[in-house]
Design a protein around this ligand. Sequence first.
Ligand code: FE2
Length: 212
Amino acid sequence: MTKPEWRRREFLEKCIVRGGLIAGVPMTANQLFGFWQKAEAAARKPTAPEVLGPFFKKGAPDNRDMRVAGEPGMLLQVSGAIVDTRGNAVPGARIDMWHADHKGIYDVHGSRYRTKLAIESGATYEVKTIMPGHYPDRPAQHIHYLITAPGCKPLVTQLYFATDPFFEGDPDKNRGKRGVVSHRESIRPVTLLDEASTPHAAVSFDLVLESA
Ligand SMILES: [Fe+2]
């Protein structure tokens, strides 16, 4: 069977021969093919959407450290890039994040474990919080997201944790239990760190937005 790479190359060469593809600067066919491959490699799959859920509240403050003094829970650092499907940085995003406390209870009256980040410069985000608890209706730990950004479609998604006991050490096998997690890529690896005798978990979760 012909490799997809060669089918693409044949397609590209036909475009060049027929004048359907013109480089802005003089390039050989090989250079053009390399250019094409590089552009494809940078492409990103959009972050998988999830439901908004019943606990979203408008008006959260921009809080980069959601920890609450005196409340238990493992420190969790979540960070990532905000990019489009071409891999380009997307500045100017607004990111609502909200999750349950260590007991699995949402604050429906105030703003505990809620934030709305205003990313004024750059295209990355980082927050400190605690690892969310479990609750009966959604027995996997998760953080909800609502992201808006100029020129992009709004995205509602959720982040899950590969270390969650719910997955019994095997997210690939167990993510579908009770229909909780729709997309495997929403379950992120967790790095456990012990800096200055403060154990904490760190997770990277990039937000890949589709153009509007
Ligand atoms: Fe939830």
